[in-house]
Design a protein around this ligand. Sequence first.
Ligand SMILES: Cc1ncc(COP(=O)(O)O)c(C=O)c1O
Length: 395
Amino acid sequence: MRRDLFAMPPGIYMDGNSLGVMPHAAREAVLRRLDDWQHDSVHGWDKWFGLAESLSPGVARLVGALPHEVMATGSITSNLHSLMATLYHPQPGDTRRHLVATSLDFPSDVYAMQSWADMHGAELRLIPSRDGQTLTTEDILATLTDDVAVVLLPTVLYRSGQLLDIPGLTAEAQARGILIGWDAAHSVGSVPHDLHGSGADFAVWCHYKYVNAGPGAPGGLFLHERHHGRMPALRGWWGHDKTSQFEMAHNFRPAAGAGGYQLGTPPVLALAGLEGALEVFATVEMEDIRTRSLALTDHLIALADAHLPELKMVTPRDHAVRGGHVALAHPDALALSVALRERGIIPDFRQPDILRLAPVALYTTEAEIEETVRVLRDLLDTGSYKAAREVGLVT
Ligand SMILES: Cc1ncc(COP(=O)(O)O)c(C=O)c1O
């Protein structure tokens, strides 16, 4: 628990799975970079050039990768496009050409994967869900047929919080000759990873959720070193070999490893948020974060079982398949979410009926979980949530 390292907002914050709380170090790092800008103007680039690369060891530690296999850049969506452009290029007549994602994916992943299927005249197949909330290994494996070229899976499903078996499914896909990528948005910073050891081909994630790097912070990409050395299909000058980037030659020489997948000038102020956020993670072990995260979600689940029978527990109870947040279904989940906010507790709502609560290992207390459940019980007993005001755009 490192609550002292965070500038906690007023009330009870249960939405760290959407936007993490600001670490003091992130604010200080951004202010430092603003000072650089003020005092050094363009000479600031002497400090900022290579900033993203300097963050790779810290980022790699979060995802269990080698530093040259990761890069803080882009967004989940742009990184997914960039990696797909390089890894997916079926030739006319190839039978192994189709793509697989899941019916429970975050929409941007499906949009991106559908773009690539369309560009190559292939199908995007979506793994079905039997209960509308979770996926079974059986259904995932049934889609991994010998005409599939690439499968993209979420590590943790953004609605239900189900954690998939990353090493097991990676091995299964690869045994079938299928490239496998992971969207790790909802696990990085909450669940330990071993992307390199599992042999995953690629992964994409953001740093604005459990990593607490700030709204719109640069995302992360992982490309296993077995895929290094090839020419990135989408190129830009920031992916050029750093030692000769400013020679401004027109023949592109990619930086070795994941750095070659950068495109344009990095957002220095936004990278500074990540720079500060990583200082927090340098003080903790991911295993300890996971232990506390599971203890907190256990506590929340037990209290919800005891006091909130009207809410259906959607998140799997088994530790092995549970991520960092708890999802509860209720027909009035939106009104409950708004009413909680009016009482100073910040959860979030996901269509059509899911209330998500994320007790975050680094900063949420047991007492905050207990108070959240108590207020929910009160809202249900009094029915006062039905009078809750309409919400803003982001629920
Ligand atoms: C699971 C998941 N995938 C993809 C995205 C899209 O990320 P980005 O906007 O960084 O491209 C999000 C955004 O919250 C997400 O939660």
